[in-house]
Write a protein that binds this ligand. Structure first.
Ligand SMILES: [Zn+2]
Length: 333
């Protein structure tokens, strides 16, 4: 028999660890340059709904995605162009076969294969010419070689250039069914093409990326495992395709986010993922990391190769953030 006192203390422990405060603390304990920005967007800024003032550390970057994406599901098309100096950033090659096409805020990824290019995300429409078309050419890639565009989720900062690229280069476009529904509600929607399947292997030439349907940020968010090579040495990159949460995220979506972050953690770890890529530069200091990559000297490590424990940590951080929101929503701040 377990003494009642021990039983009660276990109960109390269970209760005290499943609170918004405890889960945010669990995330915070794991933060470093590989994941701090992700937590900023995924975790509640404050556990209690109405802080008296901006708490320390709650910088202006919080909510960047919400501001950047315009209205939810919105598609800031090629017409809405902010001044170039506000968003333009220089992309670069980060692995033998992986190129970062990036604004200051959002990143798209060109995966070069023996039979063309898989493009993951497309940035806002206004950046299509400078960052995707010209950006690829500067890196020695031909945008006409894009055979597939895979969209992490149908928010304008990731799918804003799909229509232009679809009309210009005629690649296949892959979204999860739920996010095709979201995309169809945009003002000038792109054409429905291929439905992603969970666990789908997308092979182009010598390269196979794996696509997972990981709802939470949107109903059909996609996450990816992408095989990459660094001077011929194989690594595996993980992208968690939708990160930001808010007090408006439904309980159902939070539960899905928690489930899928855990599921991807097991899959990515089992597959040996040791590289983190993202679709917002903020998540893992991607712009600084890109600069480090460009300054790399022979023999220097690739700054994108962070190791399996860091990939696990990243997904644990966003999962703990979601658990924090869920506990708050259920009245356990
Ligand atoms: Zn989004």
């Amino acid at each position: 028999m377990i003494p009642l006192s021990a039983f009660l203390s276990v109960m109390a422990l269970g209760r005290s660890t499943d609170t918004g405060t405890a889960h945010k603390a669990a995330a915070t304990a794991l933060l470093n340059s590989n994941n701090t920005g992700a937590a900023r967007l995924a975790c509640p800024a404050s556990i209690f709904p109405e802080p008296a003032a901006n708490p320390p550390g709650d910088g202006p970057a919080r909510g960047a995605e919400a501001r950047g994406s315009g209205r939810p599901g919105g598609n800031a098309g090629r017409g809405a162009t902010p001044p170039r100096e506000n968003w333009y950033a220089e992309g670069g090659q980060v692995f033998d076969n992986l190129y970062m096409l990036t604004t200051k805020v959002n990143s798209a990824w060109a995966v070069k294969t023996s039979a063309g290019i898989i493009l993951i995300d497309t940035l806002f429409g206004y950046a299509a010419q400078d960052e995707i078309v010209d950006g690829m050419k500067k890196l020695g890639l031909d945008p006409a070689d894009i055979k597939y565009i895979v969209i992490s989720h149908a928010h304008g900062d990731h799918d804003g250039a799909v229509k232009f690229l679809q009309d210009t280069y005629h690649p296949h476009v892959i979204l999860a069914p739920k996010d095709w529904e979201l995309a169809a509600r945009q003002a000038n929607p792109y054409s429905h093409d291929m439905d992603a399947k969970d666990g789908q292997k997308l092979t182009l030439g010598d390269t196979t990326i794996t696509i997972y349907i990981t709802p939470g940020h949107t109903g059909g968010t996609l996450s990816f495992l992408v095989p990459v090579k660094d001077h011929g040495v194989s690594h595996l990159a993980m992208e968690w395709g939708g990160t930001a949460l808010s007090k408006n995220t439904s309980k159902e979506m939070l539960q899905s986010y928690i489930l899928n972050a855990g599921r991807l953690l097991d899959i990515a770890d089992g597959a040996g993922a040791d590289v983190i890529i993202g679709n917002h530069t903020e998540y893992n200091d991607a712009l600084a990391r890109l600069e480090q990559t460009k300054a790399r000297k022979p023999g220097d490590l690739n700054p994108w190769v962070v190791g399996r424990p860091e990939v696990r940590k990243y997904l644990t951080v966003v999962q703990e953030c979601a658990k924090s929101w869920l506990a708050i929503g259920e009245g356990r701040p």
